[in-house]
Structure formats: structure tokens, C-alpha cells
Write a protein that binds this ligand. Structure first.
Ligand code: CTP
Length: 500
């Protein structure tokens, strides 16, 4: 989620610090009192402080403390209505205090850390520290290394995070190489925060990412995926992806993305397939709908599909003898590459299937031309897209980045006409599915007549009845049919009955 414009007035932020402290929830101050009475320090830290200063207040709060995990657990037992210890191995105890619906407070309290990561291992090594500055120094970025002590309400900012927040800078509290060594995922977090907060990565931190990008390989696919999702679901994914590509991180987590830089498109109009893909992603995002709409944003499937729809192009590029470039079947090759990459990133089966399906179908519409599809081709398009149809509409429309206004208008109008055909067919099919309350066999049995014109007439009467009044059930339909027949049987002179 995009929060605020990248740069802010420092004085305004300073005033916000005071305001956040002045409006501190009394239940939180009370928690501080509990820790202070036991001789321990407690402070809100990290994301909630950063977000509060950016004007976004949450009831989920992270704290850091001098108390050991056991001591924290004992103190939380006296304050919370529910306490959990699933993060205890890493020094974290969680608790919830019921206030009222929507205002309950959830806290996670972690003992001061000086956590070192074994550079060769995926698992963090946890070492507890004894002061807040040490804890803050081991955090990823200065904007995440600010704290507010409770109950004292003292702002702790040893690394000038507030100034970086004002300037919109992501800077590491300690030497960047050391910080990224501690946890290489932080390099991806940097890219994610550029997308989420509109910030820039400070020069030396960026240089460290460029130098250390390959270290991301030791991070598990699941953590990389979760970070990529946050980036893609942010307010400005293109910015975050650009940081991933420019820093070289993408070469390791999503190599197909920089891989597209090499392949130029059919018309050589776009600098490369890569920048086309970024434009398509942005256009697809612009076509997402509000909460009530068909594709409420942010939509991960649409965004992944838009980003990856052309990844099959470099592998299928062919220079034709007439001097043009072709990418035959790039949608099929791309769908396979998409599935492979998403599986590697540990996406679940449904996501892999849906995104690769969208990639596979993204070109199908281009056979539509100026409306030449038969009804059965339109039906097949709808069936093949299945539940992805609304996303496919948006992906296909977004995939038009031509600067030729007439061509863009033509394509848009052709797609409009396809959507009209789809709804007309759907309406027709709904009508086709409507049946009278009695079928031909029943009509013949009730009226005692044999197959012939009268059965058709009766069927038509019952169909009209069904359309006018909805379903009235077989009993009522039988009565109405008999009444209708009493009036109309003479219209069907010569009707064969079972008697003759
Ligand atoms: N942190 C860190 N290094 C990481 C992950 C987290 O230093 N690899 C620190 C940061 O100080 C961060 C805090 O732990 O603010 C909480 O982490 P997390 O909840 O993952 O991040 P948030 O900044 O709160 O952002 P989000 O909740 O959007 O992930």
C-alpha cells in the first residue's frame, strides 16, 4: 500500500512524533507500566513507528524489551487476554488485549536482539542483547530503526531515521554489507519499500545490493515469494521491479524479467519487450476495479500475468527473411516458463495454474480481427478463460501499448465488440436453458394426444407461461394446460388422440 509522497517536511514529522506520543493508547502505556514495575524497558519499534509517522495507525504493535522471553511471557500473562509463544525460539511472545470489536490490541514483544545470521544458512541465529541501541542497529533500515519507549513516551532514533523518513531514503543503520549479510532478504525488502513507500535506496546501500545480489540465493523461495508479493501488491510495483532489475537482484529471483531486455518487439517500436511489459503491468493495474468491481485491486494474478505475459519472447524470437522479427508461439512457451518460475518461487498450485493460463491466452483475442469469430469461437474463449475471464479482458486490453492512436482505438473497439458478443451469448444461453414446467411427454400424457402440431402449440403456451410468470410447478402448470386445451383444442383440428 502506498502511504504518502516520498518526501516530507522534517518539522512536520517532528510534530507528528509528539502527536503520536500524546495520543498513545492508554492500554499500551499500561503495558509499559507493567514492564517498568518489573524493572524492564519496553518500546514500540519498527514498522508501527514508521507507519504512525506516515499517518497510518495500526492496532498491531511490535515491541522490543530488555526482558527475556520467559519474563515477557510472565508479564504478558498479567496484561493480555490471550498470550502465545510460537515465536519464542526467536525471542518473540505475542498477546492480545480485548478492547472492543475492531480496537483489540495485538502486541508482539521481542527481547533485544543482536541477531547474527550464519551467512551459509537459511536459518537466523538468535543472540539476545541488553540495550535498545544495539537492537535498533541490527535492523534493516533507519526508517525501521526508530522506537518509542513506554511508559516514558521517549522517542529513540539513534540513526536519524526521522530525517531519512523525511527525505524518503532507505539507509542501513550499520554498514550495508554487514546488514545484508545478516539477512540477504533485506535487499529485496529495500526494493519492496521503494514500491510501497516511494522511497529511494541510498547510494551505498544500493551499491552493496549490486555487489551482493547473488547472496539472495541462500534465502528460501517462500520468503522471496512473500517479499515479491508485497512488492507486486504495493502502490507502485513498477518502481520496485525496476529496483530489482537495476540492482541485479532480479537476475537471481526472476531472471526472465531482465531476460526480456534483450528481445525487441515485432514493430521495433518499444525499446524492448521489458519496458513493454512494465507498461502493460501499469495499464493492467489501472484497469483493476474498486472493491465491488469484477477485479478488485490489488490483484496478484492479474499483476503477475501482466508482468510475465511476454517472457516467452526472447526464446522464440526469429529474424524472418523479409526483415521482420517474429515470436511464434511465445504465449505457449511463456506459459510453460511462467509455471516453472512460479513453482520455483513456491507459489501454490492454483496461482501457478491461473497465471500461466492467462499468459497462454493473452494473444487469443488477436484472432478476433474485426469481429470475424463465430459464436462457437466466442464461447470457446469464454470457456477456456473460465473464472479468469474478467482478468483476461483486462490483460488483453492492457497489452496494447502502441503509440498509434488509431490502432489503439481500433483494438479497443474490437475488444468492446467481443465483450458485447460475450454478454449477448450469455443472455441467449440463459434463455436457452429455460424450460417450461412440463415436457412434451407430459403434455401428451395429460392431454391424451399423440406427437403433432398440438404438442408444439401446448409447449409454446407453457413456455410463454414460464417466461411471464416464472416457474409455477408441475401441478399448477397441469391445470393451466388443461384449461388452455379446453379453449384451443379446436384450433388443432385433426389432432390424433390415443383414442383414434
Ligand atoms: N526487520 C529487519 N530485517 C528483516 C525483517 C524485519 O530488520 N529482514 C525489522 C524491521 O525493523 C521491521 C521489523 O523488523 O520494521 C518488523 O518486521 P516486519 O513486520 O517484517 O516488517 P515491517 O517493517 O513491519 O513491514 P511489513 O509488516 O509490511 O512486512
Amino acid at each position: 500500500m502506498s502511504l504518502q509522497p516520498a518526501t516530507q517536511d522534517l518539522e512536520l514529522l517532528q510534530r507528528r512524533v509528539s502527536a503520536v506520543m500524546a495520543h498513545m493508547n492508554p492500554v499500551v502505556v499500561e503495558l509499559g507500566d507493567v514492564f517498568a514495575a518489573a524493572g524492564h524497558q519496553l518500546a514500540i519499534v519498527g514498522g508501527p513507528v514508521r507507519d504512525a509517522l506516515l499517518g497510518r495507525v495500526s492496532n498491531d504493535l511490535d515491541f522490543t524489551t530488555s526482558a527475556s522471553p520467559d519474563e515477557t511471557q510472565a508479564l504478558l500473562d498479567t496484561w493480555g487476554d490471550a498470550v502465545w509463544d510460537i515465536g519464542k525460539e526467536f525471542g518473540t511472545i505475542g498477546a492480545k488485549r480485548f478492547v472492543k470489536d475492531g480496537e483489540d490490541i495485538v502486541v508482539e514483544i521481542t527481547t533485544y536482539r543482536t541477531d547474527e545470521y550464519d551467512p551459509t544458512s537459511r536459518k537466523p541465529l538468535v543472540a539476545f542483547g541488553d540495550n535498545i541501541e544495539g537492537d535498533l542497529s541490527r535492523r534493516d533500515f533507519t526508517v525501521n530503526a526508530m522506537a518509542i519507549r513506554v511508559p516514558e513516551l521517549e522517542f529513540v532514533d539513534p540513526f536519524n531515521g526521522l530525517a531519512d523518513l523525511a527525505a524518503g531514503f532507505l539507509r542501513t543503520p550499520i554498514e550495508a554489507e554487514k546488514s545484508f549479510d545478516d539477512d540477504p532478504l533485506r535487499m529485496m525488502r529495500a526494493a519492496r519499500f521503494t514500491a510501497q513507500l516511494g522511497f529511494d535506496i541510498e547510494e551505498s546501500a544500493f551499491a552493496a545490493i549490486v555487489a551482493m545480489a547473488s547472496r539472495i540465493a541462500i534465502v528460501s523461495g517462500e520468503r522471496v515469494r512473500d517479499e515479491l508479493n508485497k512488492l507486486l501488491l504495493s502502490g507502485d510495483p513498477v518502481r520496485g521491479l525496476t529496483a530489482l532489475v537495476d540492482s541485479g537482484l532480479a537476475d537471481h529471483v526472476l531472471p526472465e524479467l531482465p531476460g526480456m531486455k534483450a528481445a525487441s518487439d515485432e514493430h521495433n517500436r518499444h525499446k524492448d519487450v521489458y519496458s513493454h511489459s512494465m507498461t502493460v503491468l501499469q495499464q493492467a493495474i489501472d484497469l483493476e476495479t474498486g472493491p465491488e468491481g469484477a477485479v478488485p485491486g490489488p490483484d496478484l494474478l492479474l499483476r503477475l500475468a501482466a508482468l510475465l505475459h511476454d517472457i516467452g519472447k526472447p526464446a522464440t524470437r526469429k529474424f524472418e527473411s523479409n526483415g521482420t522479427v517474429s515470436f511464434h508461439h511465445h504465449e505457449l512457451v511463456g506459459a510453460k516458463m511462467t509455471a516453472r518460475r512460479l513453482r520455483e518461487l513456491k507459489y501454490d498450485k492454483d496461482t501457478v495454474k491461473a497465471v500461466s493460463r492467462l499468459v497462454e491466452l493473452h494473444l487469443r483475442f488477436h484472432g478476433y480481427g474485426d469481429g470475424a469469430w463465430t459464436d462457437s469461437a466466442v464461447r470457446r474463449y469464454v470457456t477456456d478463460a473460465g473464472p479468469l475471464l474478467e482478468r483476461l479482458h483486462r490483460l488483453t486490453r492492457a497489452d496494447c501499448t502502441t503509440r498509434n492512436k488509431n490502432k489503439a482505438r481500433r483494438l479497443g473497439a474490437a475488444y468492446d465488440s467481443l465483450e458485447v458478443r460475450i454478454s449477448e451469448l450469455a443472455a441467449q444461453e440463459e434463455l436457452d436453458a429455460i424450460r417450461p414446467d412440463l415436457d412434451g411427454e407430459q403434455i401428451m400424457e395429460i392431454l391424451g394426444i399423440k406427437p403433432g402440431r398440438a404438442v408444439g402449440g401446448a409447449y409454446k403456451f407453457l413456455m410463454e407461461l414460464r417466461l411471464d410468470e416464472g416457474s409455477i410447478g408441475p401441478e399448477a402448470a397441469r391445470e393451466r394446460l388443461v384449461a388452455w386445451w379446453a379453449e384451443h383444442s379446436q384450433d388443432f383440428e385433426g389432432t390424433r388422440t390415443y383414442e383414434n
